[in-house]
Design a protein around this ligand. Structure first.
Ligand code: HPA
Ligand code: ZN
Length: 358
């Protein structure tokens, strides 16, 4: 095995903004991120590097051709590309390099804390041991914290369109490493895979001290039913996406009452909207409904390589967000961290000091 890949260096945000001062404010603001799939940060350049290191052939001539293939129109067509792309991840070093690259880029944009998803079932299917997956990511977390000051935690996602047995096997395999995990989540294709399919998994994770979150992707079949289930039956600690909730004042009231935070990814929400059932402007609709919204980048490698600063800038433009709203969402983010209150208070104090100085 050869050594670690060089950590890429990145320039600042590139998305156009009509108020450059607000762009600078965003860039400098201490931020957190809760909805980022590590495998969704696997950039085309790194895919080629890992394929070379692992002696694998890729069906693309170059990075541009690979990126040109990232064309999708709904969740299943996105997921097909995303799962195919992660096959180059084979060794502990691969997972370390993947996670470190994300953390380095996030830190360069003043993300001071991140909770990151990963999809172990997909790696176990390919015969990669869970110790390599979690071990590599955990090493990257420690190295990034020491070198760059970014703190992070890890959320194990159940791939909801695989069998319940496969999800339980992944949880059981991961539990010996539970000290390296903070929670479990639920991602992948929601159609026909309602959250209650994972009732036992969530209960077991909780019994082991893990937190629980779940994707309720935009415009899925039975979306309101599924949002109700996670809110009132499975009692999740957070909801990922969840924008269709604005269609139900009753569910909005429950979410507000429970103080639920929504990790919203406007890039994805905008891309995947097929029907006119939810406003294009999900962030605005949710904020105006009085919901706790925090913004994340989801799968940036497949979404124009736009990381958090670009995502926030696009959200500002689309949703006409004010500086106060950006600060409010940043605060919702730190308050939603799965960390001791004292640690959250330190991060909130950093945010407040920044706002005061700005
Ligand atoms: N939704 C569902 N599954 C996913 C996503 C998402 O946003 N990203 C990666 N897997
Ligand atoms: Zn997601």
């Amino acid at each position: 095995m050869t050594g670690a890949l060089a950590t890429p260096r990145y320039a600042g945000a590139a998305a156009p903004i009509s108020d450059p001062a607000l762009g600078r404010f965003i860039a400098g603001m201490p931020k957190s991120e809760y909805h980022v799939h590590l495998e969704g940060t696997l950039e085309a350049e790194m895919k080629f590097a890992l394929a070379k290191r692992n002696g694998m052939a890729l069906p693309f001539a170059d990075v541009a051709a690979m990126k040109a293939s990232y064309v999708y129109h709904d969740l299943p067509s996105f997921l097909a590309i995303y799962y195919d792309g992660m096959k180059v991840l084979q060794t502990e070093a691969d997972f370390r390099d993947l996670a470190y690259a994300y953390l380095a880029r996030a830190a360069s944009q003043n993300v001071i804390y991140a909770e990151m998803f990963f999809d172990p079932q997909e790696h176990l299917k390919r015969g990669v041991p869970i110790a390599a997956v979690i071990g590599g990511i955990t090493r990257a977390r420690a190295e990034a914290q020491a070198a760059l000051g970014i703190r992070s935690q890890l959320i194990l996602c159940f791939v909801r369109d695989l069998s319940a047995e496969s999800a339980m096997a992944a949880l059981d395999a991961a539990l010996p490493f539970k000290a390296d995990l903070v929670g479990v989540g639920l991602d992948s294709d929601e159609a026909g895979n309602p959250p209650e399919k994972f009732r036992e998994h969530f209960a077991k994770a909780r019994a082991h001290g893990l937190k629980v979150t779940a994707h309720c992707d935009i415009d899925q079949p039975d979306t309101l039913r599924n949002i109700r289930t996670v809110l009132t039956d499975l009692n999740v600690d957070r909801i990922d996406h969840g924008g269709n909730i604005v269609q139900s004042p009753e569910l909005v009231a429950i979410a507000r009452e429970r103080g639920i935070t929504f990790t919203v990814c406007p890039t994805f929400s905008g891309t995947l909207r097929k029907r006119e059932t939810v406003p294009v402007d999900v962030v605005r609709a949710m904020l105006d409904a009085g919901l706790k919204v925090t913004i994340s980048s989801d799968d940036p490698a497949y979404m124009g390589s736009e990381y958090i600063d670009d995502v926030l800038i696009r959200a500002v433009e689309r949703s006409k967000l004010t500086r106060e709203e950006l600060v409010l969402m940043a605060r919702y983010g730190f308050e939603a961290a799965w960390l001791p209150q004292a640690d959250k208070d330190v991060m909130i104090a950093r945010l407040e000091a920044y706002v005061k100085a700005g």
